[in-house]
Every structure is written in C-alpha cells, then in structure tokens.
Write a protein that binds this ligand. Structure first.
Ligand code: CA
Length: 423
C-alpha cells in the first residue's frame, strides 16, 4: 500500500494512458500558435493551459504577480520570481485541474484557456545565459577512458574527487524539432598523415539531462550541497551532439571546443524539481569519500527512465539505448556546489547538463561512441540497416519518464534531424 495511491489525484482533463503530462507533472514551457503570440503554458495530457488567460480571468488573484508575467517568450522572469512563487503557481494550476474543482472546469474561459498541443509550436523555454556540461556518469567516463586511454586505469586520478565539467556555448542550443547541418571541421584519423577539413564522419548524440537555475548568486559566493536545490528550477532532456573525429583531434590540451559547440538539442517542457520528488533515490556509493564541501546528506539522484531512438529518413524508429538518470555518480547538488565553490556566480536561466548518462549494461550506453564501441560494433536497426554513427537524414529522438505507484511524470521528447553538411 503506497502513500501515493491513497493520495491519488484525478483531473477533469482527458489525459491519455501513458501520457507524460499527468496531473502530477505540470511542466512549464513557451508556446505560440497561429492565433497566439509567445507565452507561458503548462502541459497536461494533449492540452496546454494558457497561463495568460488564467491570469486575465483572475485565477491568480492575491498572488501579487507582476503584470504580464506570463506573456513572455522565455521562462526567465517567471522562474526568477523564486521557487516559493513558481511552486504556488503550479499548485494553483494543479488545484484548478482537479476533477472536483469546478472553477475552471465550468468557467466560460475554459475553451480559451485550454489550447490543443497539436496546434501549438513549442519554442526555447529559457534564454540560456551560460551553459556548463558535466561528465558525471562513471560508466560513461570509464567506457571513454577504456577506449581512448588505458583500460586498466580508465578513470583519470581526479574523477572520483570532483564532478569534472567544462563551459560550453549557449548560442547553439536549439529546441526539439529544429534540424541542423552536419558540422564540418578539422580532423585526423589514425591512418592519415596530416589533418583534413570536411564534414564530420563521426557524428554522435549524447544522452543527458540538464537542469536550469532559478536563482542567482553574487560573484564570490558559493552554494552548499544543502542549499543547492533552492537554485534548481527544473530539468529538460538534453542531446549534446558531438563530432567525435573533430573532438578527438582538438581536445588536448584545453578540452572540448568545435566538436561540441555546433548544436545541442533540448526538450521544450521544463519538468520541475517538485514534480520529480516521488522519484528521488540514493545514488551510487562514493568511494573514496568526497571532500567535505561535496558531502551531500539528502539523496539527490532521480529514477528517470531514458531512451534513445534512431529514425532513418522516412522509416521507422529503432530504440538503441535504455538508460536511467539514477546511475549518475555525481548528483545535482554536488555539481552546483562544485561549480560555485570557487565563487563563480550563477544567473537565472543558466543550464547545467549532466554529461552522457550511461548505465552498466551495453544496451544502456548513452552515445554511439559507446554503443558501437568506437565504430567497431555496428548497431543494428529494425529496418535492417546498421549504424556506427549518425547519418544524414537520421532523426535522433530521446525520451524520459519516471513511473512509480501509478504516478507518471515525463519529459515528452527531444527530437532532431541531421541535415547534410552545408556546401
Ligand atoms: Ca556532453
């Protein structure tokens, strides 16, 4: 007998079975339609609740929200109000959607307030200030270390002492559904005498989740692991596209650059930390013990199923990976504490990605680099085709959802097609 079943919520909105957008989820996003300018909505089932309409009709009365706070083309101002406010807004919407609450259900504005998701175009949810990418999966770091360095000493000496990361580029982060051209760059395969410049031959995805910060800090200040979650608004799926050949030739000594910054795709709905609460779980044991500033008392891993599909153009999609966010060695509180430990300041709308989320089994590896083991073991698709890396015309789709005791909270998907390199 679970506590959640005793507290089961039901809504007057029709929510299809296995929908990611249940009454328990209520993620925030930015949408527009033929008739509507960009604005903030909350997803439920196949609908979007237009928060501008709810606001106009007085459903947020007594909450002292700034005028026009929902008529925005990013969530930044809203999430900058702080967690106390955004939590209240989400709870108010949840309350209005409950089966026995007639206030919106029987209100004359209901038709206008509930927009069909099919008729909406989803936009970038956040104006991302700075983007950081961690490298927090021990399985991924170990696999990469085995392939490119020493199988006996796959992890570098620092890896178990800090959440390793690097600063990425925010300008090329794109929302789901936006295609991009295969990157060109300089690379030198092992059999080449000199480097060449041309379209990448080893284009890859990286299965990640990213969190978005909702609170800023002053330069010089640090955030402790205990405070970290106050700074985290929510999560999106993150496909950190990578050109392995470019990356491999450029990354020593300063790390990732053009092999990484040509595109990263995100899912459009930001799932709040509150919605993920039922799926909180203990992470892996950290041995050796971490330094005191990285000690994290509260479990800060989340049991979220993650899947990757490859869909060749005009054909069916094949699942190539099933992983889980719970495998992360370094948790979000440790990542944020480490990031600010030197006094580096945070802004509202910063994005911090997990790094590739690989699991312990071969079918749970979160990149083609690992799934095809550097291209030596082709991955079979249901169409009969094989893939070592991602080809022109392929669409890569990532899905994420958590499910427990009849509660489902999901991210929808991030999907993007690879177009040929520009000539
Ligand atoms: Ca990455």
């Amino acid at each position: 007998m679970s506590q959640s079943k005793a507290n089961a919520l039901s809504t007057w909105v029709e929510v299809p079975k296995n929908s990611d957008f249940t009454i328990y989820n209520l993620p925030f996003g930015i949408f527009k339609s033929k008739k509507l300018s960009p604005r903030i909505g909350i997803a439920i089932g196949d609908k979007i609740v237009d928060l501008c309409i709810l606001d106009q009709e007085g459903f947020f009365a007594n909450m002292f929200l700034p005028e026009g706070i929902f008529l925005k083309d990013s969530l930044n101002d809203l999430i900058g109000l702080g967690k106390v406010q955004t939590r209240k807004i989400r709870e108010r919407v949840q309350d209005l959607l409950l089966a026995d609450n007639e206030k919106l259900r029987d209100h004359q504005s209901r038709g206008k307030a509930m927009v069909n998701r099919k008729e909406a175009e989803m936009l970038m949810p956040v104006k991302i200030g700075d983007y950081t990418d961690f490298y927090s999966s021990i399985e991924h770091a170990t696999n990469v270390g085995k392939m490119f360095r020493d199988p006996e000493n796959a992890l570098l000496p620092n890896w178990k002492h800090m959440p390793v990361g690097y600063h990425g580029r925010a300008s090329s982060i794109i929302p789901s559904g936006v295609p991009f051209n295969r990157p060109k760059g300089q690379f030198k395969d092992p059999d080449m005498e000199a480097p060449v410049f041309g379209p990448s031959k080893r284009l890859d995805f990286e299965l990640e989740l990213a969190f978005i910060t909702g609170k800023s800090t002053k330069l010089g200040d640090s955030v402790s692991t205990a405070e970290a979650e106050d700074y985290i608004f929510g999560f999106v799926l993150f496909n950190d596209w990578s050109a392995r050949d470019i990356q491999n030739w450029e990354y020593v000594p300063l790390g990732p650059f053009l092999g990484k910054n040509f595109a990263s795709s995100i899912s459009p709905w930001v799932v709040t930390l509150e919605a993920l609460e039922p799926f909180r779980t203990q992470g892996p044991t950290q041995e050796p013990a971490v330094l005191p500033y990285l000690k994290s008392e509260k479990p800060a891993n989340f049991d979220i199923n993650l899947e990757v599909y490859i869909q060749p153009e005009g054909k069916t999609a094949s699942k190539v990976c099933a992983s889980n966010f719970k495998y992360m060695y370094w948790n979000i509180a440790q990542q944020l504490a480490h990031h600010t430990s030197n006094g580096c300041n945070l802004n509202v709308g910063d994005m911090m990605a997990s790094g590739t989320i690989s699991g312990p089994t071969e079918d749970s590896f979160g990149s083609m680099l690992e799934l095809s083991w550097k291209g030596t073991k082709p991955v079979k698709l249901e169409t009969g085709e094989e893939r070592r890396f991602i080809e022109d015309g392929d669409t890569v789709i990532m899905k994420g959802f958590a499910e427990k005791d009849g509660i489902r909270v999901g991210f929808g998907e991030v999907s993007s097609q690879v177009l040929p390199a520009k000539t």
